[in-house]
Design a binder for this molecule. Structure first.
Ligand code: F6P
Length: 317
């Protein structure tokens, strides 16, 4: 193996991935071709040769210097065949794909159906990759959301108001559950758990009678819209509420030390195992030891246990 290609999605820590892949590859005597705009660039042959210098000064930057895109074309056979043409024409011997479930599913198709050597690096704020304890980007997203929630609490407390805050995470309540616990929030509504707006409203009314007036309710985007929860609470309690949708601020920004370290370790390991002939695998951690799991397993739905965290949130409220 002489030359590897690198495809990226965006999340905080992705530039640290690019830096570690390129410099680890240099260390292993491999060349790196950066693919611009994700699978779209692989289809269009939009590439750049990368070296030690081209990744200087990016470890602290959010997003991806390679840019990225959602690719509808890569979901078609014609698109995949064009991507393979780019791989062959540019003499790319193996690929590293850093992204979430969509990107890793594409990586699995390339490896299993078209025999392209591919290793996936789990990178998404959602932390929903099966068999992987922690994806790159999730820690930063939690800290960004927590920073916003701490600020919202200042107003919630001062004005004795109810706030409903919607966080990202697609169908996974990982971000919602962690920020609710770390932010001392009173309630969290999760994709993994049934909720009853009447019950939540009654809790608010009872607490209100005891003199507790301010509440922060976290809603995972995969379960409900913050506005609908606010409306429901207002109708049931008559209390004024405000909504905040945190949105994409959670996906960008300066990566935490945790995400940078994860990016450095996952990417270095990905380069090594790709060079050693492994393929169709996703990097994971097992008791803080780097390991790899089949992409076929990593791309299955992840079932998360949420009850322990949820109970703790309610005890501490
Ligand atoms: O998968 C990462 C994520 O940010 C999800 O949390 C969110 O649901 C989705 O992507 C948003 O996608 P887009 O940027 O295409 O709107």
């Amino acid at each position: 193996m002489k030359r590897i290609g690198l495809v990226t999605r965006d999340c905080a820590g992705m530039n640290a991935v690019i830096r570690s892949v390129v410099r680890s590859a240099c260390d292993e005597g491999l060349e790196v071709i950066g693919i611009r705009r994700g699978y779209e660039g692989l289809i269009d042959g939009d590439i750049e040769i990368m070296n030690h210098r081209s990744v200087s000064g990016i470890i602290n930057l959010g997003g991806t210097i390679l840019k990225t895109a959602r690719s509808k074309r890569f979901k078609t056979k014609a698109g995949i065949l064009k991507a393979i043409k780019t791989i062959k024409q540019n003499k790319i011997d193996g690929l590293i794909v850093a992204g979430g479930n969509g990107s890793l599913t594409g990586a699995h198709i390339l490896a299993s159906n078209y025999s392209i050597p591919v290793i996936g690096i789990p990178s998404t704020i959602d932390n929903d990759v099966n068999g992987v304890d922690m994806t790159i980007g999730a820690d930063t997203a939690i800290n960004v959301a927590l920073d916003a929630i701490d600020k919202i609490r200042d107003t919630a407390t001062s004005l004795e108001r109810i706030f409903v805050v919607e966080v990202m995470g697609r169908d996974c309540g990982y971000i919602a559950l962690r920020v609710a616990l770390a932010g001392g929030c009173e309630e969290v509504i999760l994709p993994e758990k049934h909720f009853n707006i009447k019950k939540i409203s009654n809790e608010i009314i009872e607490a209100n009678l005891r003199g507790k007036i301010s509440w922060i309710i976290i809603v995972a985007e995969g379960k409900a819209k913050a506005m609908d929860i606010s409306d429901g609470i207002f109708q049931n309690t008559g209390l004024e509420t405000r909504t905040v949708v945190l949105g994409h601020i959670q996906r960008g920004g300066r990566p935490t030390a945790y995400d940078r370290i994860l990016a450095a370790r996952y990417s270095n390991y990905a380069v090594k195992i790709l060079k050693n002939g492994e393929s169709d695998k996703c990097i994971a951690l097992n008791n803080d030891k780097l390991t790899s799991i089949p992409l076929a397993f990593a791309t299955q739905r992840k079932d998360s246990e949420v009850n322990d965290y949820y109970k703790l949130i309610k005890i501490l409220t």
